[in-house]
Design a protein around this ligand. Structure first.
Ligand code: DQA
Length: 146
């Protein structure tokens, strides 16, 4: 049984009502249903969300300790959290895949969103496809030999 951690940062608990013109109308429980429906046989989806940087860092440490692949939407932490970057680097330096995802395309938005401090240590980045960004990341994680 393979587990995949799907970690979501600040304000993503508000999906469904948060800026639907940017993020759509669906919420995180709907994302969980979508990923569970598409996950390959024998893969479990552990989807979590927090507004707290320390909690997110702790979950990345857990990924290292359990050798669990990560799909990470760091949300606003993407743009400035070196603490999160360092924790994400522990994951990829341990040889565990970590795919950075975004629902929107940050590069087509405000200038401050054009910088990601996470991308440089991520295994790969998928952005701009709505919830399909997570689905594409799940496919990518499944194709990486571990
Ligand atoms: C986001 C993009 C970020 O710039 C923003 O702060 C978010 C969501 C996305 O999924 O498109 O909270 O990560």
């Amino acid at each position: 049984m393979k587990n995949v951690l799907v970690l979501n940062g600040p304000n993503l608990g508000r999906l469904g009502s948060r800026e639907p013109d940017v993020y759509g109308n669906q919420d995180l429980p709907a994302l969980r249903v979508l990923l569970e429906a598409e996950a390959p046989e024998g893969t479990t989806i552990d989807l979590r969300q927090t507004d707290d940087e320390g909690t997110l860092i702790g979950w990345l440490h857990e990924a290292v300790d359990t050798a669990t692949p990560v799909i990470l939407n760091p949300a606003a932490f993407t743009h400035y959290s070196y603490g999160l970057r360092d924790a994400a680097a522990l994951v990829t330096k341990a040889g565990i895949p970590l795919v950075e995802v975004h629902i929107s395309n940050p590069h087509a938005r405000e200038e401050f969103r054009h910088t990601s401090v996470i991308s440089g240590i991520a295994t790969g980045v998928i952005a701009g496809f709505g919830f399909d960004s997570y689905l594409l990341a799940l496919v990518a994680v499944g194709r990486i030999k571990s």
